[in-house]
Design a binder for this molecule. Sequence first.
Ligand code: MD5
Ligand code: FE
Length: 207
Amino acid sequence: RELAPGAYWAPGWLTLEQQAWIVARFREWVQGPVPLRGAVVNGHEMSVKTVCLGWHWRPYRYSREAVDVNGNRVLGFPDWMVRLGRRALAEVDPDLAESYSPDTALVNYYDAQARMGMHQDKDEASSAPVVSLSIGDTCRFRFGNTENRGRPYEDIDLASGDLFVFGGPSRLAYHGIPKVYPGTAPQGCGLEEGRINITMRVTGLQG
Ligand code: MD5
Ligand code: FE
């Protein structure tokens, strides 16, 4: 369903088998050159922990090396994820899908206490859509407006397997995760506790 212009929600888009396969890759990524870490924003460590593919994100910029962790180069952005991103976008905008080339993924892990405050994703130099996939515990997702952190907003529950695409005017909407519902991950998704969210993005950077 289209929540707002350019914001599309496809519940249950990933099969349980696909979810479990992606969780197995996640377990490899976190054993890779750069561990999961909470980024430090305004002197505070985020409760959401992140590992990146392609480009390393830290507040307000991207780099190839995880300069705020251990300086290692991050893992490459996998080809299978480019294809998955195109298939996701094809669900909502077939014309955009074939030329969509995400080059970075922020893979976020939320434990039962983790929260993400209302923010805009504007560290990318491209206006290409963001493709978001959720696995594990259900969370409350707050989808706001493009003007400020407050009302009007709409709260929806994002469950394991859900796809969200943020494009067009919704690309710069404020959004956040006020709550995770512990113990709600479905049997077979590969995650016993917590929530994984993958956001594929186009950085608009070269090199
Ligand atoms: C999450 N992650 O569920 C969300 C999904 C993040 C983040 O917010 O920055 O890692 S991505 C949500 C998103 C991206 C771009 C635009 C909009 C939402 N939006 O217009 O609401 O862990
Ligand atoms: Fe965001």
